[in-house]
Design a protein around this ligand. Structure first.
Ligand SMILES: *Cc1c(COP(=O)(O)O)cnc(C)c1O
Length: 371
């Protein structure tokens, strides 16, 4: 039996009927932009994230760009970003005209390294910083990041594209962020039927500015107070996300159950599986193991032969990307953990409603490699 790396079409029974009905009724009245689906979704997202203001937008990359501009980042500003993340984090800084500085990775939680960050804050004196909550958890130092940035008056943007449903000390991770973002790309924990994203904040002024930026800088329908762009989430996506939210707890429970299985079984096979730091309730976005870089191709060859999907999230550090060259000002962290982790990381399949048979199949493929 083959096992995909991810399968996003295991909808709950009745899900597709409800969605198809929704498409029918919304299409009949041409409800395509804005309207109650979007406003209701935003209210539900605020509740889920424990934040005062939620703004739906076109995708997770736009969400970061909106957040950067909403805290005042523009041309020539310096912004710190993690060296281990998805390229969109880096790209967003460049797209708003700012200059990125990369921060190396903590080898324990695989998130941005706080001591390297602290050092860079002193040397660079950045306008803003981005932290990314990677893999379905976050940094063990998240409180220190927020405290330091507040003290130094450096807005900290939290890229939460992978952490919808994650809790820190019992609360949604987004709750205490100055401003945070997420992505509704279909393969994320809360995925749309296409692209989507959101920005969350507790700050009213930031929320107003963010909303304007995402809607042509509008202060009224034909008055444009600032230059923004079109980053609206369309109504059909909002409707799909609202139906999905009804099932999200069950999906996260299912992902976490599979993750528990891996936590129990992988160490028995000598595989170094990474756990979230203390105080985190993970959402099961991703299974993360670190293997010997020389062994990784051999394990992958067996997985391929057995039809088991796998990932390398992510295969390279941001500062090593060819596209980074013309933009990167400086890379902080002499250990180059980001590069080392990229060469070692191996992700086994993890998604909602994996079957026991599929989980067993993954384990038996690894056993085959061990032989
Ligand atoms: C997916 C992702 C994004 C980008 O989201 P899109 O909706 O695809 O634009 C940004 N940052 C991280 C960490 C992501 O995983």
């Amino acid at each position: 039996m083959s096992v995909p790396f991810i399968d996003i079409k295991r909808f709950e029974s009745g899900f597709l009927d409800e969605w198809n009905e929704k498409v029918k009724s919304m299409s009949a009245v041409a409800q395509f932009i804005g309207g109650s689906e979007v406003t209701e979704l935003e209210a539900e997202l605020a509740k889920w994230t424990g934040t005062k203001y939620a703004l739906a937008c076109a995708n997770g990359t736009d969400a970061i760009q909106i957040a950067l501009r909403a805290v005042g980042v523009g041309r020539g500003d310096k912004v710190l970003v993690p060296d281990s993340t998805f390229w969109a984090t880096f790209e967003s800084v460049v797209n708003v005209g700012a200059d990125p500085y990369t921060i190396d990775t903590n080898p324990n939680d695989l998130q941005m390294d706080f001591s390297v960050f602290k050092d860079a804050i002193e040397k660079v004196k950045p306008k803003a910083a981005i932290i990314v909550h990677l893999y379905g958890w976050g940094s063990g130092d998240i409180e220190s990041y927020r405290k330091l940035c507040k003290e130094k008056n450096i807005p900290l943007i939290e890229d939460g594209a992978q952490c919808f449903g994650v809790k820190f000390k019992g609360d949604p991770i987004y709750k205490d962020a100055l401003i945070s973002t997420t992505s509704f790309y279909p393969a994320k924990v809360l995925g749309a039927a296409g692209d989507g994203g959101a920005v969350f904040t507790n700050d009213e002024e930031i929320s107003i500015l963010a909303r304007r930026l995402a809607n042509h800088g509008r202060t009224s329908h034909y008055e444009h107070g600032i230059v923004g762009w079109n980053s609206r989430l369309d109504s059909l996506q909002a409707a799909f996300l609202r139906i999905s939210l009804k099932h999200l707890s069950a999906r996260i429970d299912s992902r976490r159950k599979s993750q528990e299985f891996f936590y129990a079984e992988l160490p028995k096979l000598g595989i170094n599986v990474i756990h979230p730091p203390a105080n985190y309730y993970e959402n099961g976005y991703c299974n993360v193991t670190l293997v010997d870089p020389a062994e990784r191709p051999k394990i992958e060859a067996v997985l391929k032969e057995k039809g088991i999907g796998f990932g390398n999230i992510y295969p390279g550090a941001m500062s090593d990307q060819p596209g980074a060259k013309p933009h990167l000002i400086e890379r902080f962290g002499k250990d180059q953990n980001a590069r080392r982790i990229a060469a070692s990381v191996l992700n086994f399949p993890l998604f909602a409603y994996m079957t026991d048979g599929e989980l067993a199949e993954v384990i038996s493929a690894i056993k085959l490699y061990k032989k």
